[in-house]
Design a protein around this ligand. Structure first.
Ligand code: CMC
Length: 428
């Protein structure tokens, strides 16, 4: 028998059905609450609010489980390719070899961006943050493909937009970096795999040969998989809400990129490295910085620590920490920031403040150290996160539109002035 939740309000009892997920997660369905009672619920930051049912990603923050479509993040990061995971997220099952080849070839056909877009890049100042450039460029794609403005036109049109986004995002990302250097843009090389092609566009120069180290492509592949989806986080919730107004997919993904940029979300990976550099330049006294993070009169927070849903450990952080040692060794890189990061983690994990608040390193704590080893500049770290998160955003948007979800439109409790008469300016 299905569970029922009872709410007693002013002496009257109201009943609400309980929804149960495949992993026994439970929710009280309050969609009829306002009609039945006249009340709404209040939950700033949506800490206890489910906005949808989803079959894409399962996450148990208490025990540190993360699975895409049922497959553990550990197995996928170890064995799969990023495009295999993208297919899994977007279409629901692991691709056969034929499906993967066809998906990969189709994406490869869309890696070029319109030549006119080069002028947009050139108009940005060299100092432009690449996340600002990326969000604008992705939104600009909608102007080149007006047929995409109706996101529900046909399955074929939807798939074409998805392929274009997956193909073009690395090109736009790499070109935002080249533009910052005022170096010539490198065109995509379609004989390369997804990650190697990105590195080629980032680092090759027309004047010399450039070969991508397979250790680097493998490291990037792993990082992108670990970032590919994370259920209803800030940017994904943004994508679902923006997409719910039936805005086109380019503008919807652009909104997701903007949400990701913030330092409390994807922007934390840049902040972590800047924080570690600051600690290093300050003499490397991690205790001092842990004290600062605990001081409520100090706005400083340990970036890369804490998570809204992980209250034991972030499984992505565990994988990245292990990979970090391995990759640095293989690339023969000795980064003093890694030693500071490890010391900081140790001190924080033994500290009562962090223990009682369940604050652990998150995905962003060690990822920046790997990006540094791959020569990715700090300002590009959040862009890397966006490339990884793209399949997740697309799959969540697809699920939302195909499930016919209503437009996202929360309510509020008004606390402003009650009705008053307009006062002529001369009398104010
Ligand atoms: N350093 C010091 N104190 C912290 C930190 C931190 N990094 N994170 C949380 N706290 C404290 C916070 O001050 C609060 O203390 P109190 O109960 O005394 O008021 C308590 O822990 C709970 O924090 P909260 O801000 O209410 O928790 P939240 O769930 O709203 O925020 C968070 C989660 C990730 C925004 C937050 O932990 C944070 O700001 N972390 C640093 C930024 C960061 O690394 N973000 C990346 C998240 S992972 C990548 C992604 O998927 O976005």
């Amino acid at each position: 028998m299905s569970e029922i939740a009872k709410l007693e309000l002013n002496g009257e009892i109201f009943e609400f059905p309980v929804i149960e997920g495949t992993e026994n997660e439970k929710a009280i369905d309050i969609s009829s609450l306002r009609t039945k009672t006249g009340y709404i619920t209040m939950d700033p930051g949506f800490k206890n609010t489910g906005s949808c049912e989803s079959s894409i990603t399962y996450l148990d923050g208490e025990v540190g489980i993360l699975r895409y479509r049922g497959y553990s993040i550990e197995q996928l990061a170890e064995k799969a390719s990023f495009l295999e995971v993208a297919y899994l997220l977007i279409y629901g099952s692991l691709p056969t070899q034929i499906e993967l080849t066809s998906f990969t070839n189709s994406i490869t056909k869309h890696t070029l961006v319109a030549e006119d877009m080069k002028q947009f890049f050139e108009a940005y100042p060299a100092k432009a943050h690449p996340m600002g450039v990326l969000a604008s460029m992705v939104c600009s794609l909608s102007t080149f493909y007006p047929e995409s403005l109706d996101p529900n036109r046909s399955k074929e049109a939807k798939d074409l937009t998805i392929l274009r986004l997956l193909g073009k995002l690395p090109t736009l990302a790499a070109w935002s970096h080249k533009n910052a250097l005022r170096h010539p843009f490198m065109y995509p090389k379609n004989s390369l795999d997804y990650c190697s092609n990105f590195m080629h566009m980032m680092f090759a120069m027309p004047t010399e040969e450039y070969t991508v180290d397979p250790v680097i492509s493998a490291a990037l592949n792993k990082l992108l998989i670990l970032h590919a989806d994370h259920e209803q986080n800030c940017s994904t919730a943004t994508v679902r809400v923006v997409g719910s107004s039936q805005s086109n997919l380019y503008s919807t993904i652009s909104a997701g990129i903007s949400a990701l940029w913030g330092p409390l979300h994807g922007g934390a990976n840049q902040e972590v490295i800047e924080m570690l550099e600051q600690i290093q330049n300050d003499g490397g006294d991690v205790d001092k910085w842990v004290l600062k993070a605990k001081d409520k009169n100090d706005t400083f927070r340990l970036m890369g620590f804490g998570h809204r849903v992980y209250k034991n450990f972030d499984p992505r952080a565990n994988i990245i920490k292990k990979a970090c040692d391995d990759i640095l060794e293989k690339l023969n890189v000795n980064d003093p920031l890694l030693a500071i990061a490890k010391k900081l983690e140790k001190v924080a994990l033994e500290d009562e403040y962090f223990k009682t608040r369940n604050l652990y390193p998150n995905v962003d704590f060690y990822s920046g150290i790997i990006y540094r080893a791959l020569n990715i500049p700090t300002e590009m770290f959040t862009v890397m996160f966006a490339i990884g998160r793209l399949p997740g955003w697309i799959s969540q948007w697809k699920e939302m539109t195909e499930g016919g979800e209503p437009i996202g439109r929360p309510r509020q409790i008004y606390t402003g002035a009650t009705e008053r008469d307009y006062v002529e300016i001369s009398k104010r």
